[in-house]
Ligand binder design. Sequence first.
Ligand SMILES: *[C@@H]1O[C@H](CO)[C@@H](O)[C@H](O)[C@H]1NC(C)=O
Ligand SMILES: *[C@@H]1O[C@H](CO)[C@@H](O)[C@H](O)[C@H]1NC(C)=O
Ligand SMILES: *[C@@H]1O[C@H](CO)[C@@H](O)[C@H](O)[C@H]1NC(C)=O
Length: 430
Amino acid sequence: MDAKLSPPPPPPPQQQQRKWAVPLLASLLLFASLLFFSSGQTLLFLFFSRIPSSSSAIEEPLFVEPKLRLPPLPAIPALSVPRLAYLISGSAGDGRSLRRTLRVLYHPTNRYVLHLDLEAPPAERLELAAAIRDDPVYARFGNVRVVARANLVTYRGPTMVANTLHAAAILLRDAGDWDWFINLSASDYPLVTQDDLLHVLSSLPRYLNFIEHTSDIGWKEYQRAKPVIIDPGLYKLQKSDVFWITEKRSVPTAFKLFTGSAWMMLSHQFIEFCLWGWDNLPRTVLMYYANFLSSPEGYFHTVICNAPEFRNTTVNHDLHFISWDNPPKQHPHFLTLDDFSRMVDSNAPFARKFRRDDAVLDKIDRELLGCDADGFVPGGWYGALKMNTSDRHYTVRNANELTPGPGAERLKRLITSLLSADGFDEKHCI
Ligand SMILES: *[C@@H]1O[C@H](CO)[C@@H](O)[C@H](O)[C@H]1NC(C)=O
Ligand SMILES: *[C@@H]1O[C@H](CO)[C@@H](O)[C@H](O)[C@H]1NC(C)=O
Ligand SMILES: *[C@@H]1O[C@H](CO)[C@@H](O)[C@H](O)[C@H]1NC(C)=O
């Protein structure tokens, strides 16, 4: 099977030259449609669809995309504290680790969406929702949301990307007052505090997209790009693995494939570009990836690198410490106490993947985040809230004071090395 992705062929030359043929044909069609009432609808439809396709080649283009160009990218970073929008997702049995991860990631000015996929029993989702609702701090700022109509998510299938887009759409729709979107799972954990992260991000241009990517798809051409898969999660209620169809497709020529890490931090602008779809690229690529194995490792990478207005906003890093076996297997290995110093030395703000309640998480809580008994990470906002529990007026507006710690220094080292790397400006999407 060959993917039908190339654009439709241009209208035949005689059609372009004989402009008068269009109105004539149109009126003939209209006439015919009036005569033959029963088939009128089809003909009228033909009549309407004829005009734009033939006239657009000659006169003013009818395309709307150029009018929807993005606002120019700000040259100087805004000085206020940026806001982050997080998706934290999990499956059956992940409810507790999800709550733990949320706790250490919490900051009143951020936004959070929690998703327990359809495999998790409804009771677990209700328990999670109740825990969020009944927490006085979350309730006060109202910035944590649990996805009630959960999705079935197939590991390696396109339903994973659909779920990520769903969460991003909720976050856009809910308030949309955030600068970056970060996609995490219940087996991820931060290595810096939110104050550290927000402090470092404050001095960065808000248009940057942290997405690890390459066009060197190597073995993935044969193992990923050519095989065609079907994800039953798109149309079934029960979870089952993806399956392969026997025919292969060729590598796309309408766009270039990119691949990379499934973990990323994407700008608000780019998320809008993907979700609103005024340009057809994100939609076309999404439909293409519906039959692609491990689509989370390629969808956003391919969209961003094929969009000229975004390719220069990429920073080639996923902000994660992930420890792969050598040679890499399907899953990274679980991080333990033995990995602690390598994790810290990586200067990355996040790490994965962790077993539920592994001892190394307690060590991270103690030594890197300084969590208190409630599980929160002390920071500017938390100190203020604690000091004045009687203050009912403590709101998000007061929450901008940050108290960055050593984590900020580590993260700054990483970001500086990325942005000042040799040839940073020329090395996007290669
Ligand atoms: C988003 O998060 C999930 C974790 O639940 C991950 O498996 C997935 O690959 C991530 N990336 C994308 C692009 O959806
Ligand atoms: C992106 O960067 C390249 C290399 O510096 C440059 O040639 C190109 O014009 C830039 N594109 C945009 C849209 O700014
Ligand atoms: C505590 O909150 C009250 C009420 O808003 C305010 O008047 C008072 O100044 C606050 N105290 C401190 C120490 O911030």
